[in-house]
Design a protein around this ligand. Structure first.
Ligand code: G
Ligand code: G
Ligand code: MN
Ligand code: NA
Length: 254
């Protein structure tokens, strides 16, 4: 309860921040960033999302927190739109299942875009399989409504769930993110290498862009690059950082 109240207060007191982690293409150019929430609590210090997102989901606070994330990311997009060096960058926003399933989710996303003036085509919403556990038709319908205004969707943590393939088959996705558990050892572990190659082949034949997460070494990047992966995210290119420290304006060859 103490933690729940503190979370509630955190919204009121403005203790949440978004950090941004760069995503880069094959040549090292930034294509965008994933927005990752942080809670800066005066007592607890910097609390990572793993420590409060589950509680926020249980208590329903994720609705308001998720709205804050969306509004903040859209405001950032609108600001980048005025900067010639950054106007083509996109922002990926994580959406939790409970947030996605609220009845007015589509309307809330549209309102957030309209209020900020952000270009909807620069917004990528990251969904996980947990969203699709039931009500698949409703999920598809909502995704299509947002597709119409230009918003795109990414399937996060791909390969870690039980229904990854059926999600790929049924959902109107633009992108798949290879979970970092497959990237970590892909250079030495032939099973991980085989899985990653299969994900790339399958995704590409379905017309989906692939982002590899957790890329930490040049060897991992080169392996992925030679097998056709087009986008990379990981400590090799940059850790999640506040926007003031974000170096994502131009080239960053790894
Ligand atoms: O940044 P970090 O690697 O610590 O993030 C840990 C987890 O928290 C990731 O699984 C990420 O998807 C999740 N997360 C980060 N930011 C958000 C957010 O704004 N909303 C939701 N729902 N999850 C987030
Ligand atoms: O949304 P998702 O579950 O994919 O969250 C991304 C998480 O991965 C964030 O917590 C982020 O801090 C973390 N992360 C990003 N890049 C790397 C990396 O290169 N290595 C490791 N170990 N973690 C990373
Ligand atoms: Mn993510
Ligand atoms: Na992930």
């Amino acid at each position: 309860i103490a933690m729940e109240n503190a979370l509630r207060q955190a919204l009121v007191l403005g203790q949440f921040q978004l950090h941004y982690q760069p995503q880069v293409d094959a040549t090292g150019w930034h294509t965008g960033a994933e927005a990752l929430i942080r809670w800066s609590d005066p007592v607890r210090g910097m609390v990572p999302p793993d420590r409060f997102i589950p509680l926020a989901e249980e208590t329903g606070l994720i609705i308001e927190i998720g709205q804050w994330v969306l509004d903040t990311a859209c405001a950032q997009l609108a600001q980048w739109a005025t900067d010639p060096a950054r106007q083509n960058l996109q922002i990926s926003v994580n959406v939790s299942a409970r947030q996605f399933h609220q009845s007015d989710f589509v309307e809330r996303v549209r309102r957030s875009l309209a209020a900020s003036g952000a270009n909807p085509a620069r917004l990528m919403l990251e969904l996980t399989e947990s969203i699709v556990i039931d009500r698949v038709d409703e999920v598809i319908d909502r995704m299509e409504q947002l597709n119409v205004v230009g918003v795109k969707f990414s399937l996060d943590d791909f390969g870690t769930g039980y229904s990854s393939l059926s999600c790929l088959k049924r959902l109107p996705l633009d992108e798949v993110k290879i979970d970092r558990s497959f990237v970590r050892d892909l250079v030495d572990d032939s099973n991980d290498a085989a899985i990653v190659q299969a994900i790339l082949a399958m995704s590409h034949s379905l017309g989906l862009r692939v982002v590899a997460e957790g890329v930490e070494t040049l060897a991992q990047r080169d392996f992925l690059l030679t097998r056709g992966c087009e986008t990379f995210q990981g400590y090799l290119f940059g850790k999640p950082a506040p926007i003031a420290q974000w170096a994502g304006s131009g080239h960053s060859r790894g």
